[in-house]
Design a binder for this molecule. Structure first.
Ligand SMILES: NC(=O)c1ccc[n+]([C@@H]2O[C@H](COP(=O)([O-])OP(=O)(O)OC[C@H]3O[C@@H](n4cnc5c(N)ncnc54)[C@H](O)[C@@H]3O)[C@@H](O)[C@H]2O)c1
Length: 211
């Protein structure tokens, strides 16, 4: 079935990897079907939302049967391009960048950091987690044109200039771990991950919605 991706709401699209990971584990343990209630408990999304999410791609659970795990998995694989390896680059091999290179999405075998960049001469040419570190000035020379996603783990002060360089080199998506708010052209997407904001939100919810 061909799904029009533009019709899937963003909030639904964001939950797909979550569903996918859980279904993959289910399938590996030999389970053939799953109910929305079971899914709901595992991924912590309410079952009405799950049913609505799944209805966007025509997966209608049968009463008393639930969803067919393999059907869902094959759908998610296609939709999330799980069959294709997404190559990603990382800029800034410090504390956080080093940790990411060692982790390198080992649980999620369709995303891989293939190259890292820094400006510290002591790091250039070395490998971390099997990934070679290049000088950022060589970005356009060494990066594969099919790479369109970059992770930024650099000091805040350097972030905007590096974002400009990434855009210039054809990067279309930036996962930004620095506290800097980046200014990029409309066609470039930035996802900003700010741990202190997440923590503050958690503390707020604990305080105002206890239990
Ligand atoms: N360490 C954490 O736990 C953590 C958590 C959340 C967010 N952050 C944010 O992530 C970013 C990185 O943090 P960190 O602790 O890894 O910092 P770090 O100082 O350990 O590492 C920064 C790296 O970026 C490199 N760098 C500096 N200027 C550069 C440039 N122009 N081009 C390419 N590389 C450059 C440095 O050489 C260094 O290797 C910061 O913005 C920080 O606020 C860090």
């Amino acid at each position: 079935m061909k799904i029009d991706q533009t019709k899937i709401p963003q909030a639904t699209a964001k939950r797909l990897p979550l569903y996918y990971r859980f279904l993959e584990n289910l399938s590996a343990s030999g389970k053939q079907r799953v109910s929305s209630t079971e899914l709901s408990e595992a991924v912590k999304v309410d079952s009405a939302t799950i049913r609505r999410d799944f209805s966007y791609f025509g997966a209608l659970g049968k009463k008393g049967y639930g969803y067919n795990v393999n059907y869902l998995l094959s759908f998610f694989r296609k939709t999330l391009d799980q069959d294709e390896l997404t190559k990603v680059i990382l800029v800034g091999v410090g504390n956080l960048g080093t940790a990411f290179l060692h982790y390198n999405f080992s649980k999620n075998n369709n995303t891989r950091i293939v190259m890292a960049f820094d400006v510290d001469d002591d790091k250039i040419g070395k490998e971390v987690g099997g990934v070679t570190i290049h000088h950022l000035k060589d970005l356009e020379k060494v990066v594969d044109p099919e790479v369109t996603v970059a992770i930024m783990t650099v000091p805040q002060v350097a972030a905007q200039k590096i974002a400009d360089q990434l855009v210039e080199a054809g990067i279309k998506g930036i996962l930004n771990f620095t506290p800097a708010r980046l200014d990029v052209p409309d066609e470039v997407r930035v996802h900003h991950i700010d741990l202190s904001v997440e923590l503050q939100a958690l503390v707020y919810f604990l305080k105002h919605y206890p239990g």
